[in-house]
Design a protein around this ligand. Structure first.
Ligand code: ME8
Length: 511
């Protein structure tokens, strides 16, 4: 039986249109899901939308729609974004689905039955934009007197009856859990941040609201709806079929990795494991958080008018190009800036020149000089062996980087081989060997195909369409494009299709 792997994206608020931040985390999760499938895992990849709470209720009111109708419309837009980004998700969850209500209510009951929920009164600060409670000590005051959360969101004073989760009792258990599971939070800077937050002491958490009703009803407590973060986090459990522990997907729990943005680490790395442990369930294995994208060096915001629509980005530069840029341009956990100039450089230098030309040069020589058939392997020189060894080492190198979500390093490993192959072709000059030593020319071209094959195989998760095209041109059968199949050599004499460019250069449109 294949080992299981469960990866998730955040579920996105349906308060507005998707932007590149959403697309980014989703593409990273897709790259990981595709990689794991390629590497022999049985993968469950989940994405979806977060539809309850005041933030969505307010956005619906502003649009003049009832929350359900509004959520239907925006959720459809997120689904379309997922398709346009080439996501290979196995499920798309919406928190307004009945399966989700059932799971949330059962989780609540288990936590309550275990004695971790009590009724009280909440009085304090709340930021609707973050759907988060804040302690007075965390806030700053603007000159006009408005109180601001660390995220920049304005807060309001809330006073209402509320159920509480006894989070204050979980401090030691959480700290022990982080110590025993050093890989639980990535990157390490976030782990330190979370641990010092927990060491500072935890307050009990308000987990129900009574001043609005766009949420999941608390069982047996008329007037209370669940705090939207308890509802939202539970999506990861709902999709496994829980509480039906005979459901096939329940076998995927605990999740292997939740990919999220750095803004929501506290919810995933503090509240979520505490809720799960309180219900007697296993916490996820890892929470890996990404840094922030800015645009041309500026924070994206509606007021600056620089919010980038991911579908427009794809229409301008191409899907695989955008996916590559996202994964290559900055470390996953770090902040980075997206700019037109950096996109064009990555596309024209790394994709079109380094990789595209390598394939084009090698394959057109085979088309012209080897009757379009894959030449047989020959006696290997030291240079041949060095290139082939480097290429064959890629799956192991990439596996290690993927498991740590250092996608940019995985790509750098691949590009080292591509650059080595370009150096090799220049030095071997097969176009010259054609006259002096045609047998050696054939061997050199075969070495190039054998080196490009693992390159294209491990790049499939990043650029699925372009690499399918490249593998077609390399004569790799469709059913032999996974990591395990790299062990068997390609058949000598395989007829290769006429070569055609894999990556067009990005040409500026005339003004
Ligand atoms: O927080 N750069 O949803 P959300 C990179 N519903 N990533 C960004 C980004 C940026 N500039 N802006 C947003 C929520 N993101 C909750 C999640 S999960 C149980 C509930 C990404 O619509 C990043 O992954 O505000 C962030 O965590 C997510 O979008 C927030 O999306």
């Amino acid at each position: 039986m294949k080992p299981k792997f469960y990866v998730t994206t955040p579920i996105y608020y349906v308060n507005g249109a998707p932007h590149i931040g959403h697309a980014y985390t989703s593409i990273a999760a897709d790259v990981l899901a595709r990689w794991k499938r390629l590497d022999g895992f049985d993968v469950f990849f989940l994405t979806g939308t977060d539809e309850h709470g005041q933030k969505v209720e307010k956005a619906a009111a502003a649009a003049g729609l009832d929350p359900r109708g509004f959520a239907d419309r925006v959720a459809a837009d997120f689904r379309d974004m997922a398709d346009k980004m080439g996501l290979s998700h196995d499920d798309f969850i919406r928190t307004t689905e009945t399966r989700h209500t059932a799971t949330c209510q059962e989780l609540w009951r288990r936590i309550a039955d275990n004695g971790h929920i009590y009724l009280g009164h909440y009085e304090g600060f709340y930021a609707v934009r973050d759907e988060a409670f804040y302690d007075e000590s965390e806030l700053t005051t603007k000159p006009d007197g408005t109180r601001i959360a660390p995220s920049g969101a304005p807060v309001e004073w809330v006073r209402e009856p509320s159920y509480f989760f006894d989070l204050s009792k979980w401090q030691d258990k959480l700290l022990r859990f982080y110590e025993e599971n050093p890989d639980f939070i990535a990157p390490n800077s976030r782990r330190n941040e979370v641990m010092s937050f927990v060491r500072g002491g935890l307050n009990d958490l308000s987990i129900s609201r009574t001043t609005f009703n766009w949420g999941i009803p608390v069982p047996d407590a008329p007037g209370h709806v669940m705090y939207v973060w308890l509802d939202a986090l539970t999506n990861y459990l709902t999709a496994t079929g829980w509480p039906d522990e005979s459901a096939e997907r329940w076998g995927f729990w605990p999740a292997d990795v939740h990919l999220i943005g750095k803004d929501i680490i506290r919810f995933h790395a503090v509240y979520w494991p505490a809720f799960l442990m309180a219900a007697g369930l296993a916490p996820p294995k890892r929470v890996s958080s990404n840094g922030w994208w800015t645009v041309e060096g500026e924070k994206m915001s509606k007021s600056l008018g620089n919010v980038i629509e991911p579908r427009n980005l794809v229409a301008t530069y191409g899907l695989d190009q955008v996916r590559y840029f996202f994964m290559r341009e900055k470390p996953f956990g770090a902040d980075g800036s997206m700019s037109h100039a950096s996109l064009v450089t990555r596309i024209n230098v790394e994709l079109a020149n380094d990789l595209g030309n390598l394939a084009q040069r090698s394959l057109s020589l085979i088309a012209r000089n080897c009757e379009g058939r894959l030449p047989a392997r020959g006696e290997a020189t030291a240079e041949d062996t060095a290139l082939l060894d480097a290429a064959n080492a890629l799956p192991g190198l990439v596996r290690d980087k993927m498991d740590r979500q250092v996608f940019h390093e995985a790509l750098e490993d691949v590009w080292k081989v591509i650059r080595a192959a370009n150096g090799y072709i220049d030095r071997q000059a097969p176009w010259a060997l054609k006259k002096t030593d045609p047998a050696r020319m054939a061997v050199v071209l075969r070495v190039l195909v054998d080196a490009m094959r693992p390159v294209a195989v491990v790049l499939q998760p990043f650029m699925p369409r372009s690499m399918a095209n490249m593998l077609d041109q390399l004569g790799v059968p469709v059913e032999a494009r996974d990591i395990a199949s790299l062990a068997a050599p390609l058949a000598d004499g395989t007829a290769l299709p006429p070569p055609s460019g894999v990556f067009p250069r990005h040409v500026e449109e005339a003004a």
